[in-house]
Design a protein around this ligand. Structure first.
Ligand code: DHE
Length: 534
């Protein structure tokens, strides 16, 4: 009832403004709010599930917007059901997927979702220590695990590959290209990270489930799991000297909190909430979601980004043994998303994608260096570092909203430091960019451009003004990763009958192909992830 009243007040306000406009001049009347639709209990439950699976990542659990716009009823009821249905079905130029067109939703489902987004968002439940502890399972106790790496195996060249739609991880031997094992993980598993020793690999599911795998077991196995929340995207471990493999941390979207876990068992140790105030306007936000996390090499700290408030947290975990976590808050920009280290691993480069900005955080002097405007919706993944022949060390991002690679000088001594020094035009809107310290190539996917999603674009570092080469595949291409030695590039062909194509980095010729993978998405080489090489 309360919600209805709020909307009526808003409707009244909008109408009053409209009428004043008519009286004063010939200004166009503000659009009237559409009536609130009614949904049956079944329709509501179905809408809620579809919203969680497909929409909340970009628009937030409370529909308030982040990467995608605010879609609370005050906005959505300014549009007709038909107009909303068309957006849901066909997508938009701004990067919203065409859920109907791409086959993820039926015609009936996009029509249902048009109605669902016109009603007030239900408040999702909380998830505290009691719930976490009851979901925590140690499958292999620490004293039952191997004490040395598997003999005869180049385990640091293993790859963890997310098979997203199956919610499982394929561990693949990078030397033999054989799938050693598949391990169940969370719903629509998002990313993988390794511990500092490299021995443990961690997965985070969109349902908040963290999964821990032991790569010293032969074959690798699932050793522990815990559900840290109801919606999550990021996980990392403690990497600072003296704290290697000691802790893991998960950043949740819902509830808005981060959870510190014991590094060898995933036992939940501490939950810290992130609800608070936007960095610029100081408005309370009920849902500041934890986006990217990196582990500092300069201090016993994690760098955590809070999407909606635009705040970067430096979380000191060195006194956790006495139950204390110290946070340093650095104002950056809204709405923080993904990012990675520059080559020195001192500066964290993070996209505030809805503000077309990269924020640079100095983790030694513990401050914001600069907010740098790049292109429309930067989306670096972790980005890529190389040495430009003219501008020296650069870090680069691609963009969701346009086909553009932006290179930022990361050498503090360069007069052009922290500015965009070079740009490359890309055929399509992109998700990920990748290179390796030993490589002369920079690879970009074009995943979200419907006309070029099956094309991999390859630039030459030494000839930055030369046109890029393009490799066309039979299926949509997403995410690239190098092997340990930097001689091979692994590329996902993203499909239910997906594959990984392995290219020779020098010749760009196909070396091998791993078939039979369901929606292979992110791929993480153990050594490169352990050492933050990208
Ligand atoms: Fe991601 C990284 C959030 C959609 C594949 N993604 C990240 C990170 C965040 C994030 C916060 C950084 C984690 C870190 O470094 O700690 N992603 C989100 C979303 O909120 C969003 C936009 C919508 C959603 O509903 O989840 C989203 N992401 C996607 C996809 O659709 C992708 C392409 C495939 C999938 O998983 O469904 C996708 N995101 C990835 C990958 C990375 C990632 C592979 C890690 C890149 C890397 O190299 O580190």
């Amino acid at each position: 009832m309360k919600k209805k009243n709020l909307l009526s007040v808003l409707a009244g306000a909008v109408m009053a403004v409209g009428m004043a406009g008519v009286a004063m001049a010939n200004a166009p009347a503000a659009p009237a709010l559409q009536p609130e639709p009614t949904l049956t209990k079944e329709e509501f439950q179905k809408g809620q599930q579809i919203y969680f699976d497909r929409c909340s990542g970009c628009h937030g659990a409370l529909h308030k917007g982040a990467t995608g716009p605010d879609i609370t009823p005050a906005k959505t009821r300014l549009k007709t059901l038909d107009a909303l249905d068309k957006i849901l079905f066909n997508g938009t130029d701004g990067g919203m997927p065409g859920w109907g067109k791409s086959g993820f939703m039926t015609k009936d489902e996009t029509a249902l979702m048009a109605k669902y987004v016109q009603i007030e968002a239900p408040m999702p439940p909380e998830w505290g220590m009691k719930e976490m502890k009851s979901s925590w399972k140690v499958h292999v106790p620490v004293d039952k695990r191997p004490t040395e790496p598997p003999k005869g195996k180049n385990w640091q060249n293993y790859f963890g590959v997310v098979e997203r739609d199956k919610g499982q991880i394929a561990i693949i031997d990078g030397d033999t290209k054989k799938v050693l094992v598949t391990i169940p993980s969370g719903f629509a598993t998002h990313i993988l990270r390794t511990s500092m020793s490299g021995r443990y690999m961690f997965a985070i599911g969109r349902d908040g489930k963290a999964t821990m795998m032991d790569l010293w077991a032969d074959p690798p196995n699932l050793v522990a799991e815990v559900r840290t929340g109801l919606d999550a995207r990021s996980i990392d471990t403690s990497k600072y000297k003296g704290f290697e493999d000691k802790y893991a941390v998960v950043g949740d979207y819902w509830p808005p909190h981060y959870v510190i876990l014991k590094g060898d068992t995933l036992e939940p140790l501490k939950i810290v909430g992130t609800r608070g105030y936007t960095y610029d306007t100081n408005e309370y936000h009920p849902e500041p979601r934890v986006a990217s996390i990196v582990a500092s090499h300069h201090a016993p700290e994690w760098v955590l980004t809070l999407k909606e408030t635009g705040v970067v947290l430096l979380v000191d975990y060195s006194k956790l043994n006495v139950g204390t976590v110290t946070e340093t808050k650095i104002n950056a920009e809204r709405f923080l998303h993904d990012g990675g280290w520059d080559a020195s691993k001192r500066y964290f480069m993070v996209a505030a994608n809805a503000r077309d900005t990269i924020s640079v955080i100095d983790t030694v002097d513990r401050k914001l260096v600069k907010n740098i405007k790049t292109g429309t919706k930067p989306h670096p993944g972790r980005g890529a570092n190389w040495v430009d022949p003219e501008f020296g060390p650069v870090w680069a991002t691609v963009h969701l909203g346009e086909g553009l690679v932006s290179m930022i000088s990361t050498d503090p001594k360069n007069p052009k430091a922290w500015t965009v020094v070079r740009e490359w035009k890309l055929g399509g809107n992109s998700l990920f960019v990748k290179t390796h310290p030993k490589s002369k190539n920079v690879y970009c996917d074009n995943t979200i451009n419907p006309n070029k999603s099956n094309v991999l674009t390859v630039f030459n570092i030494d000839k930055p003004t030369e046109a890029p080469r393009e490799i066309t595949f039979a299926k949509k291409v997403v995410h690239m990763e190098y092997d340990k030695d930097g001689g091979e590039v692994w590329v996902s062909l993203w499909d239910k009958e997906g594959e990984i194509v392995i290219l020779d980095d020098k010749t760009l010729k196909e070396k091998a192909r791993i078939t039979g993978l369901n929606t292979p998405t992110g791929k993480f080489n153990v050594y490169n992830t352990q050492m933050d090489i990208y």
